[in-house]
Design a protein around this ligand. Structure first.
Ligand code: NAG
Length: 214
């Protein structure tokens, strides 16, 4: 009985802490969707379809506006999640935000995942299609547009051909990692990639935590 009471108290304490933190999540964010939108448009304006240069433009700009929170090393790795496959470069990862370049040179399609964070997808090159059950027409997100997948929402998405995007997520990031990892265990068995993803994500999260960036 006593153990149950203690367990109950612990669960209640954790839940109320989560609830309290959840209503203050906003305070921990260092990036804004509008700033990233402007930056993506400026990168396309400056470099057009030269996506390598556009990515460089975005990251070097962010390293001046958000010093110490941006990974300048382009560590590209594969990412398999929700049946879709692409490559990503982690620019920032912390407990409440991540910022990556995600895309594919040859196209992909899959499930977005149901996340504990809002997801903003700024198309740098190509086009992304998406739809929710009940829709008969695709939502189209061409170069320069932004796809906002709200926290808890879910869609099927596709990149029919070459497509790259700046992806920004804000909310609770750690639970999203399960979705990011599941395909490794059920499909790819690409453990070197899993290890590299874990190492880079962990390193960035710890580096940010050390600077009091949750
Ligand atoms: C990029 O290439 C596509 C396809 O060729 C073209 O429609 C688009 O206008 C180009 N974008 C820019 C910014 O040059």
């Amino acid at each position: 009985m006593r153990a149950l009471t203690i367990l109950g108290a612990v669960v209640a304490a954790i839940s109320s802490l989560m609830y309290m933190l959840d209503s203050h999540l906003e305070k921990f964010y260092i990036f804004t969707p509008s700033e990233l939108n402007e930056l993506s448009l400026a990168a396309i304006e400056a470099h057009g379809n030269d996506t390598r240069s556009a990515v460089h433009y975005i990251v070097s700009h962010l390293s001046t506006t958000h010093p110490n929170h941006v990974n300048l090393d382009e560590e590209w790795i594969f990412n398999n999640a929700g049946g879709a496959m692409g490559a990503m470069y982690i620019i920032h990862a912390s407990i409440t935000e991540y910022l990556i370049i995600f895309g594919t040179a040859i196209g992909t399609e899959g499930h977005t995942g149901r996340h504990t964070a809002d997801d903003y997808f700024y198309i740098l090159k190509g086009e992304e299609l998406a739809y929710s059950p009940g829709s008969f027409e695709p939502e189209r997100y061409p170069q320069g547009s932004m796809h906002h997948l709200k926290r808890g929402d879910v869609k099927q998405y596709s990149m029919r051909d070459t497509c790259f995007a700046l992806e920004y997520a804000r909310g609770w990031i750690p639970p999203m990692l399960f979705f990011g990892y599941a395909d490794t265990f059920t499909s790819t068995l690409d453990f070197p990639t899993l290890w590299r993803t874990t190492w880079i994500t962990g390193r960035e999260m710890v580096t940010n935590l050390a600077q009091m960036k949750l």
